[in-house]
Design a protein around this ligand. Structure first.
Ligand code: AMP
Ligand code: ZN
Length: 665
């Protein structure tokens, strides 16, 4: 029989191997089910024997909710940047200079220049002990907990020949697919979009909650090793060995011995990069021999043995005609540049995003300027520079507006997001019409009316908010210009039909800030009626998986506003769905009456939200933090260590999924 300690260690070793096969080699050798079983067993044992806690156990991959401020730490070796060039001539110069200085055979390793965030990983005794961002090159942020969630980064080096202490440097990246999904989600919630995967990666790696980091599916590539225990003098060979130790190293690196080969590599990747699942912005050339690297040394800014050749982003020069400021339904003001139409990567570009005030100021834009527009990695074209020489005298400097263009209210700036809002939520026509547009949209109430109709009815004074839709009469509509009996009847039918739209979509339709489609579904599950939602405390709201403080606060603010409460009341009186349908309510029991639960970890049988709903349906309560009032902790896999400790201290009963399901059977 194995001791628990032995079993834990064996499981950790096995899971590490499988992580490696899956995330680094992309060749899993066991089924997901088998893998989950091992992980589950390990979590079980770790919960049972907290004395064998290990910060590098594979179970840390899912993150934890412990808040932290990032500590600044000094780099052992400064993290220099790279000499950058867009000119093939300078690549030739680099090659010739290196050859001349060394005066011997030189091998050059060509690598992809990954467009993400650079990271330094420190291993001692083969254990990952620290992960630090580049920072200013001398000091960076300690982001170890977040980096531990990145599956392609080994927590413990594998193999007997792995060095025991080493520094690995590489890039953390977000693949296009993950990036696009993330932005889609943010758009839904009217949150500012990330301009490119690099920004999204940088934002993610500095998040407070490593569980959210874990969900963002970041990836990594290692491209440089430092330490006294490297096996050979060749950078290329060492990186190749690093693969066996568990690091993900790109297979697209190539050893070249002539300029011709180097330019072939550059040309190839300038075309092929479009087909990569992640962004690169150039290639990096490095002298292969470490001895030669040392002989060449470094300037104060960058090593003399490497150079980055950057690809030209596709860009075009065109004229800035005007800047308009659009007010969204949440009041957020977005500046948009109107351009003389120009062809860029195969499409005609007429508008470009200017993001925010800081960007406008940084560009020092004037109307009539000739500006560069790029698409590069970005989805929305953006202005990246101004041809100052071509500036005419009379072009007015572009300034962010101070007052709402729709209602004249002074704008307020949200410092966190560098965004301006029109605070006149109730009176601003742009916001009112925007909310109605949102309310009737397909994924919300699905009422068949376009923005022109909304404009018209609003101008005529027939609707001031979405609740007025349900008071519209045939006579109101039929006499409108260009309307007839058919269109009037169609609209009224469509409005009538919307009364059966389910609760979660009604919730989404309300247009509460940050409550997008998915958030609305989660809220509806956790609070099966609008009354329950209205009464929920900030803490109750935050106890729902995926609901952070910002969303919770926004929901509270909404219901604190009498105007919105009244709006909901009116919708209710018209018969809209404000609770989950009968079916899911009839199963109500009071088996868990007066019992308070805290839910922690990851579950097999139901999602966290489903458990919350189950507890509520059976008369129990859910709380987000462990206290003496907690009766049970429903623990899934990898329960947070802080919660576990507290539960043990207070002697609170920890139950498994199986036990819970028995309770409500
Ligand atoms: P830059 O930020 O444009 O000065 O370029 C330097 C950065 O390129 C480094 O700090 C790394 O984060 C990044 N980089 C991406 N791929 C590589 C690579 N293969 N080798 C070295 N640096 C790389
Ligand atoms: Zn306004």
């Amino acid at each position: 029989m194995k001791t628990p300690k032995e079993e834990i260690e064996e499981l950790r070793r096995q899971i590490r191997e499988h992580d490696y096969y899956y995330y680094v080699l992309a060749q899993p050798v066991i089924s997901d089910y088998e893998y989950d079983r091992l992980m589950h067993r390990l979590m079980e044992l770790e919960a049972q024997y907290p004395e064998y806690y290990d910060p590098n156990s594979p179970t840390v991959r899912v993150g934890s909710d412990i808040n932290k401020n990032f500590e600044q730490v000094e780099h052992r070796y400064p993290m220099l940047s790279l000499q950058n060039t867009y000119s093939p001539g300078e690549v030739t110069d680099f090659y010739n200079r290196v050859k001349r200085l060394l005066n011997e055979e030189v091998g050059i390793v060509c690598e992809l220049k990954f467009d993400g965030v650079s990271i330094s990983l420190i291993y001692e005794d083969k254990q990952l002990i620290r992960a630090v961002t580049r920072g200013d090159g001398r000091r960076g942020d300690d982001v170890t907990d977040n980096v531990r969630t990145i599956r392609s980064i080994p927590l413990v080096l594998r193999g007997d020949d792995a060095p025991s202490s080493i520094e690995a440097r590489g890039e953390i990246i977000m693949p296009w697919k993950v990036f696009e999904e993330l932005n889609k989600e943010r758009e839904e919630q009217e949150e500012p979009l990330f301009a490119n995967p690099r920004n999204a990666t940088a934002g993610t790696i500095k998040l407070q909650d490593s569980r959210v980091v874990a969900q963002r599916k970041l990836e990594s590539f290692i491209y440089y090793l430092l330490g006294d225990e490297l096996p050979t003098d060749s950078h290329f060979e060492n990186l190749t060995s690093a693969r066996k130790w568990g690091f993900r190293v790109s297979h697209e690196m190539k050893r070249c011995s002539t300029l011709e080969e180097i330019f072939d590599y550059i040309k190839y990747w300038d075309k092929e990069r479009k087909n990569l699942p992640f962004a690169i912005d150039g290639v990096v050339l490095k002298v292969d021999s470490l001895k030669q690297q040392e002989r060449l040394g470094a300037t104060s800014k960058f090593p003399r043995w490497a150079i980055a050749y950057k690809f030209n982003p596709e860009r075009a020069l065109t004229k800035l005609l005007s800047v308009t400021f659009q007010v969204g339904r949440t009041g957020a003001v977005t500046p948009v540049a109107n351009l003389e139409p120009v062809l860029l990567s195969g499409t005609v570009v007429k508008r470009a995003s200017l993001y925010n005030e800081d960007m406008i100021n940084a560009l020092d834009l004037h109307i009539g300027d000739m500006v560069y527009v790029e698409k590069g990695g970005e989805i929305i074209p953006k202005i990246t520079g101004v041809e100052k020489e071509a500036r005419s005298e009379d072009g007015e400097k572009v300034q962010f507006i101070k007052f709402c263009p729709e209602c004249g209210t002074p704008l307020v700036r949200d410092e966190d997001e560098a965004i301006y809002y029109c605070p006149n939520m109730e009176g601003c026509p742009a916001q009112i019409k925007g909310r109605i547009e949102h309310f009737v949209s397909r994924k919300a109430m699905n009422i068949d009316m376009g923005p022109e109709t909304i404009d018209l009815l609003y101008e005529k004074g027939l609707i001031k908010d979405a609740a007025d839709l349900y008071e519209l009469k045939f006579e109101d509509l039929v006499n409108l210009e260009r309307w007839g009996e058919t269109s009037a009847r169609n609209l009224l039918n469509s409005i009538e039909k919307s009364k059966s739209v389910p609760y979660e979509r009604v919730l989404f339709a309300l247009g509460i800030r940050y409550v997008g489609e998915t958030v609305a579904q989660k809220l509806a599950q956790a609070f099966p009626s609008i009354d329950a939602l209205e009464q929920a405390s900030l803490e109750d709201l935050m106890a729902v998986d995926g609901i952070g403080e910002r969303i919770a606060q926004s929901v509270k603010d909404y219901f604190a506003n009498p105007k919105f409460r009244d709006f909901v009341q009116r919708l209710r009186s018209h018969g809209l769905q404000f609770s989950l349908n009968q079916e899911s309510l009839t199963s109500k029991t009071d088996k868990l009456k007066d019992k308070t639960f805290v839910i922690s970890g990851i579950f097999k049988f139901h999602s966290r939200d489903e458990y919350k709903a189950l507890i509520a349906q059976n008369g129990g309560k859910v709380s987000s933090s462990v206290s003496k009032n907690t009766d049970y902790i429903l623990a899934g896999e990898n329960m947070g260590p802080a919660k576990l400790e507290k539960a043990n201290q207070l002697g609170i009963k920890i139950i498994t999924e199986e036990e819970f399901l028995k309770m409500i059977e």
